[in-house]
Design a protein around this ligand. Sequence first.
Ligand code: DAK
Length: 263
Amino acid sequence: MDRPQLTAKKEILVETDGPVGLITLNRPEALNALNHGLMEQLVEALEDFEAAPPIRSIIIAGSERAFAAGADIKEMDQATVAQMSADPHLTRWDRVGKCAKPTIAAVSGFALGGGCELAMACDLIVASETAVFGQPEILIGVIPGAGGTQRLTRAIGKARAMELVLTGRRFTAREALSRGLVNRVVPVESFLSEAKKLAHEIAAKPPIAVKAARDAINKALDVDIDTGLTFERQHFYSLFDTQDQKEGMKAFIEKREPKFVGK
Ligand code: DAK
């Protein structure tokens, strides 16, 4: 996996850059609207990267014009309740937020509806100055259905989430940054390279500790403080069973860079 590899899967492109896996959404004719085929391929690619030990972090990117303009409206306009709630469609959407490796959304252009939800399901978001976020589902007679009401509310608070979801108003990358929804806003020409830089930085860290940190941070959103602190402490102690903890502390004492092996 040393050299970049590129695989075309029709609706997505899959590439590796050393320890970083890159999934690029590839339906330009529909602004990367997330249809069943794309979601199926996206989850397949995520699972392949999860199963590949050399991959330590994963980027999900769109194009400059669109990260994703939402779920495919043309695929669901005539759907019944039974069709909408049928597996595996639903589980595919949930799968992204449950990825076992760190995920970064590289967002430029439209990130609307399911596109915004897909970005929020990732651990981190790098946005270009042209990124436009929004949950416009109310404008087409529904509400966010892939996490928008939950993740947006946790990220920016009830009052702001309420306003954005009830009006369907779009918001800019700068607004998203000021509300804590995205990690950084960068010039459009460098949104992917900045996401890669961040992905490589995380990929160089001890992976078992990275996973423990992600699990503990995610836990903070779901449980009371005492339960969260207990969870954190258990993960902290468990890391003393890893070679990377021994190496990390030894390297500090010996004043050298650590060599992490993922064990
Ligand atoms: N679905 C299907 N096609 C789309 C699309 C979408 N979401 N967004 C854009 N397109 C298509 C357009 O139809 C057009 O195709 P043609 O007409 O050329 O064939 C092409 O992409 C270019 O779009 P426009 O011509 O509209 O381009 P503009 O620059 O004028 O406008 C826009 C760009 C992004 C403002 C506009 O396209 C737009 O408003 N798009 C829809 C945005 C939206 O409402 N998104 C939310 C969709 S609802 C769930 C999982 C997921 C979801 C729910 C539940 N479960 C698992 C339970 C998610 C729901 C949603 O996302």
